[in-house]
Design a protein around this ligand. Structure first.
Ligand SMILES: C[S@@+](CC[C@H](N)C(=O)[O-])C[C@H]1O[C@@H](n2cnc3c(N)ncnc32)[C@H](O)[C@@H]1O
Length: 313
């Protein structure tokens, strides 16, 4: 099976890319034909999901739950089971239509789904909860669920958690999730944070700094990568650490790594960081839809100062 996958890989990859392009044009054409409205249910969602052939590591399971009859959203229970202990959150998925202006406006990738890197980051955090005790935490580019930050908010004894994204609709959705899960508003907060806003503001005294920064699958935007590096630099404490998870996705991960080093970060790139995630990865490698380069999240730890005896997780 594996040999067949490898033999056809190149051809399949080109075919997939053509298919992705074809479907994207179809979605755009539909949006324009409908006077600026694109219906994301159910055909377009099917399109997006079928383009995203690999969607989950099955580390966090979701099942539909009913909360309200509001047709603009559906609710799911997301559950991870680790050493027979269950961790769960009520998560909202927006099902409303997006206008063409929205689709062409600020980056919408975080409103499509929870990306596998966010799933893996959430799982990794749940396996290492004690590390986050008493810490102040910021999530950047958390998308429509900020799943990693919110799992931490529910199950760790962190001092405070602030989750963010640059997209206003994504943060609106997160606000519903905070309310539904009954989070303590003094400890868990969310807001819109666009990375470009931090360019050149490093010396502003009013910028709060955090012990830990989280970010998943945010490295593939060529025009925003430098802004992300600056934002992490501006918001991380001298003694802090950023956990950045993302697949290699061509050269994008390595480019970010280089830019982070240039900025002065001490970087540690880790491929094997969790036994269970690694075992899932090895199993998935036998599957034609799974491409390690596009799907396996690497873990990058960034520090401002080199600490020989830093407590690694
Ligand atoms: C691929 S999504 C990942 C979302 C989420 N972390 C996940 O993995 O499910 C990338 C996220 O980065 C956010 N983003 C992109 N450019 C940004 C910027 N300049 N400032 C803030 N957020 C940005 C998008 O809004 C989106 O939610």
């Amino acid at each position: 099976m594996s040999a067949v996958c490898n033999g056809t890989h190149h051809h399949q990859h080109r075919k997939n890319r053509n298919e992705v392009a074809r479907r994207r044009w179809k979605i755009l054409a539909r949006a324009l034909q409908k006077n600026g409205e694109v219906d994301t249910t159910p055909n377009d969602v099917d399109d997006i999901i079928s383009v995203r052939r690999f969607t989950t590591f099955d580390l966090i399971m979701s099942r539909p739950i009913l909360f309200d009859s509001n047709p603009s959203a559906s609710w799911f229970e997301y559950t991870a089971t680790i050493s027979q202990e269950k961790f769960s959150l009520s998560i909202r998925h927006p099902t409303r239509t997006f206008t063409a202006a929205e689709l062409m406006g600020f980056n919408n990738t975080g409103n499509i789904c929870v990306w596998p890197s966010e799933e893996v980051l959430a799982y990794y955090i749940l396996c290492n909860l004690q590390y986050f005790s008493g810490k102040t935490i910021l999530e950047l580019g958390g998308g429509m669920t900020c799943l990693a930050g919110l799992m931490l908010a529910k199950y760790s004894t962190a001092a405070s958690i602030h989750v963010t994204d640059g997209n206003v609709s994504a943060v609106d959705n997160v606000r519903y999730i905070l309310k539904q899960n009954g989070f303590d508003e003094d400890k868990v907060t969310c807001s819109v944070l666009q990375w470009g806003d931090f360019q050149g503001k490093l010396n502003c005294k009013h910028i709060t700094t955090y012990d830990i920064i989280l970010s998943a699958d945010c490295l593939f935007f060529d025009d925003a990568r430098q802004d992300l590096v600056e934002t992490i630099w501006a918001t991380l404490k001298e003694s802090g650490v950023a956990f950045v998870m993302a697949p290699r996705r061509g050269k994008t991960y390595d480019t970010f790594l280089e830019e982070a080093k240039m900025r002065g970060f001490h970087c540690k790139s880790i491929q094997y960081y969790n036994e269970h995630v690694w075992n899932r990865h090895l199993k998935l490698k036998q599957n034609c839809d799974y491409d390690e380069n596009l799907h396996y999240p690497m873990l990058l730890q960034l520090r401002k100062s080199y600490m020989e005896n830093s407590l690694d997780i």
